[in-house]
Ligand binder design. Sequence first.
Ligand code: NAD
Ligand code: DAU
Length: 353
Amino acid sequence: MNEKKIILITGGAGFIGSHVVRLFVKKYPRYKIINADKLTYAGNLENLTDIEKEKNYIFEKLDIVDKDAVFNLFSKYAFDGIIHLAAESHVDRSITGPEAFVHTNIVGTVNLLNASLNAWKDSKEGKLFYHISTDEVFGSLGEKGYFTEKSPYDPKSPYSASKASSDHLVRAYGHTYGLPVIVSNCSNNYGPNQFPEKLIPLAINNIRNNKPVPVYGRGENVRDWLYVEDHAKAVDLIFHKGRPGETYNIGGNNEWKNIDLLKLLCRIMDKKLGRQTGTSEKLLTFVKDRPGHDLRYAIDSSKLRNELGWEPISDFSEGLEKTVDWYLSNTRWLERVISGEYQKYYQEQYSGR
Ligand code: NAD
Ligand code: DAU
């Protein structure tokens, strides 16, 4: 790609954002990639040490809730495109403290939409506001069926309600003001650099430390898991080839009951840690369920596959093994992110269960 572009990626210091930033910085040397992130507990510049010195990469510390700061950033750079990932992203935290989700996910998104509209008031030609969202906006499935781009919105947690709200606002700006927008809704991601409050890295960390692994309810809930680099590749494809005004669902076609996934992970951990088969599984501990816990998510991503030719390439047990290897060889990263705030969160989240 020879074209020059200035791209804003919000939330680029987080889990998925850091993989998207890395892909864009490496693949598009003629682009200027501005990573704007508040660096909350979930944002970590250590996720990007391998590319931080690249000439086409710039980091800007930014709270998207701060309207003036957002507008200042837009006057500093003439952005051609926005890929908006910054969000409060953990369902359990949204249950104990919904306000931050309303501020960042809704107000923050509106600030970015207004700044884009203002920046592109003379011409919207070739510009794009690409909003990264979740399959959780569709609510919960029963045992059968899939979420398609036409599934009705039915969010059930404060997190998913805030993401649904931001999706509606993005589309409303497209419809009302002609802002070129795209939304994609993705299923559960896993892979390196995920904060260990989420199921897979939390379980890896607890197993490594011989601590109980909390399984909510009976472990019967189903999630559709996608390797994070496959999501980043979909973002690249949608950003460059997607049609403005459209929505794309992204999913791994890879459904697992939590309990089955954890048993597979335990077997991998036993092998990697040189433990006798069955040792890690003894750590699985059923605990009180998440309030309002969605039963099943599963994505039909045929539109993305058929229209844009996207294909997730990672085999799940291979991807999981790669993920375990990453955490076991990056214990310094893990130890740093689980100090301080994480200890307090873990105590509050799991002590009553
Ligand atoms: P994450 O929590 O790992 O990272 C979020 C990033 O946003 C962090 O770097 C954080 O510092 C930043 N951030 C938070 N509040 C901010 C603010 N007010 N201003 C600026 N930056 C702020 O999240 P993730 O799992 O990487 O998810 C990224 C996006 O993808 C989110 O929009 C999420 O809803 C969506 N998503 C996630 C998944 C998943 O499985 N993790 C699946 C589908 C969609
Ligand atoms: O579907 C996409 C969504 O996936 C994203 O939008 C969210 O940002 C992301 O956090 C994720 O949400 P989930 O709630 O599905 O992910 P989490 O890792 O928190 O939980 C996965 C499943 O595991 C869920 O059924 C709850 C269960 N669980 C989770 C934790 C943290 C446990 O059983 N024990 C745990 O300790």
